[in-house]
Design a binder for this molecule. Structure first.
Ligand SMILES: N[C@@H](CCC(=O)N[C@@H](CS)C(=O)NCC(=O)O)C(=O)O
Length: 242
């Protein structure tokens, strides 16, 4: 049975799984889930992931969710080149260190920007108080500084000279604010140079294809009808603004 991967490329964790699978020639059936249309709440998708989140996979009878777990499963199952998830104990520990840190840092703070700067004000037409936006930017700035100083230092990639799962998971998150028009690479030459190296290591064509949806997000929002997000709107607004 062919491997099925459930994805919406608007989502950062989905992009990491998509890029990793494509880059490593892993054959899969791409099941598209449109989050903006609430497809994660369908009965059918509930059978794939009770948590109603993408990415998720079905590999025969086996189901798995959580991008980091999926990436590690692919690395082991398909014996991808060692640099992605090194066998060396300490190198692997450094990849794990970043993957553990990012949940409450890059993931949390970069993801927030697109909601506060674009989706809530433009797609939901709800005003975002200035102090909320300012504090989100402050948190992102602090996180990116920590990323550069602790995880990147003066190395080409997070774990030395070659790209690993840590760089892949990092880059998809760090790019997300660009979708709302916030260029995180401006005035951050070290971060930009790292992003360019990651893009080159992945391959520009695949990298750009995977990021096409998020980088067109401002245009996508323009074409959305007034009732986008429907009954989820109050929940989303409460989550981000209260
Ligand atoms: N920790 C999970 C996060 C997955 C996640 O938050 N996915 C979001 C898109 S980025 C989602 O599916 N959201 C749908 C919803 O919450 O309704 C992972 O890394 O896979």
């Amino acid at each position: 049975m062919v491997l099925e991967i459930f994805l919406d490329l608007f989502s950062q964790p989905c992009r990491s799984v998509y890029i990793f699978a494509k880059k490593n020639n892993i054959q899969f059936d791409h099941k598209k889930i449109v989050l903006f249309d609430g497809e994660q709440y369908s009965e059918e998708f509930g059978r794939i992931n009770l948590l109603r989140k993408v990415p998720a996979i079905r590999d025969g009878d086996f189901g798995l969710t959580e991008s980091v777990a999926i990436l590690m499963y692919f690395a082991e199952k398909f014996h991808t080149p060692d640099h992605w998830y090194p066998a060396d104990l300490q190198k692997r520990a450094l990849v794990n260190e970043y993957l553990s840190w990012q949940h409450s840092a890059t993931r949390m703070h970069a993801a927030k920007i697109i909601w506060l700067k674009l989706l809530i004000p433009k797609a939901m037409e709800v005003e975002v108080p200035k102090d909320k936006m300012d504090s989100a930017i402050e948190n992102l700035d602090r996180t990116l500084k920590q990323f550069e100083e602790k995880f990147l230092q003066d190395r080409p990639f997070i774990v030395g000279d070659q790209i690993s799962l840590a760089d892949l998971v990092a880059v998809v998150e760090i790019i997300q604010p660009l979708g709302a028009g916030l260029d995180v690479f401006e005035n951050r030459p070290k971060l930009r140079a790292w992003k360019d190296r990651v893009r080159e290591a992945i391959g520009a064509e695949l990298f750009d294809e995977a990021h096409q949806t998020i980088l067109s997000c401002q245009e996508i929002v323009e074409t959305m009808g007034p009732n986008k997000f429907g009954e989820l709107k109050p929940l989303i607004v409460k989550y981000f603004l209260s």
